[in-house]
Design a protein. Structure first.
Length: 278
């Protein structure tokens, strides 16, 4: 999980479509707004104007991805679903808010679904789970409370998470977070809810990515300190492209963050500090 790339806002026409759709939802009692939001979402491609608007949204969300349209949560699988960070079942009044959209894959979006833990009270680290309603449950608003799940659209996950690139490539809360704090809870719940450590494919992909990024960094280093010695077909431009387009961006950011703790990284970044901006 890494912060998404910053992109431009949707076009004026797209924003107008979103506003019209949202205006049709955000009225009346809450118990009516939830089904209205679901109905409106199901019909979001029912006209040319709506299709064009959501094509625009998908294009922008694709540009926001690290790598080739990869999930904003796991960074690995193809992102093929517009994800509501705040679920429309609980927050119908932002069902058509551009700021509430991410691009996600089925293996992340499915388990998350309408699960949306909240901190029960202001300043408290106690977590209250919002779970999907059962068929006959009353449709009531969610309690007031701050989201527990880290939002890669509007937050920096690196403030909460650590990736063990010198060990098992698992995520954990940062060691400098206070035990039991809201920050630690957010890290733990995000890892748990999105299954970031218990999906073998994700861990294997991080291992492969780490190896590729180490190679790219070494290529850039050799190109810097010993020009002309690289085998044909290898150059610093390709190394930079490999880094900037990796889907598992967090792996690279963790290399950068802990470069001074690993002599080999420290040496290579010292020779080519421009790599810090890749």
């Amino acid at each position: 999980m890494r912060s998404i790339r910053v992109v431009a806002d949707p076009s004026t026409a797209t924003l107008a479509v979103l506003k019209t759709l949202q205006d049709g939802v955000s009225k009346g009692p809450f118990k009516d707004r939830v089904p209205e939001a679901k109905k409106a979402w199901a019909s979001k491609t029912s006209s040319i104007a709506k299709r064009e608007a959501f094509d625009d949204i998908k294009k922008l969300l694709t540009e926001a991805c690290w790598g080739a349209r990869r999930c904003n949560y796991c960074e690995d699988s193809v992102a093929d679903e517009i994800e509501h960070f705040r679920p429309k079942d609980w927050y119908p009044d932002v069902a058509f808010a551009w700021s509430n959209y991410l691009y996600a894959c089925g293996p992340c979006n499915g388990p998350k679904s309408n699960l949306f833990p909240l901190f029960a009270t202001q300043g408290s680290a106690a977590v209250q789970e919002l779970v999907p309603r059962k068929e006959n449950d009353p449709i009531v608003p969610p309690p007031n409370g701050d989201p527990v799940l880290i939002d890669p659209r509007n937050e920096d996950p690196m403030k909460f998470l650590f990736l063990d690139i010198e060990g098992n490539l698992h995520f954990a809360p940062r060691s400098d977070l206070l035990k039991g704090s809201r920050e630690e809870q957010r890290a733990l719940w995000t890892i748990k809810l999105l299954h970031l450590n218990d999906r073998d494919d994700l861990v294997k992909a991080r291992v492969t990515t780490l190896s590729a990024l180490r190679t790219a960094l070494a290529v850039a280093y050799v190109a810097k300190v010993a020009p002309g010695t690289l085998p044909a077909g290898l150059n610093a431009i390709d190394a930079r492209r490999a880094v900037s387009e990796t889907p598992h961006r967090f792996v690279w950011e963790e290399i950068v963050r802990h470069r001074n703790a690993v002599p080999a990284y420290q040496k290579m970044f010292a020779a080519g500090p421009e790599a810090l901006a890749w």
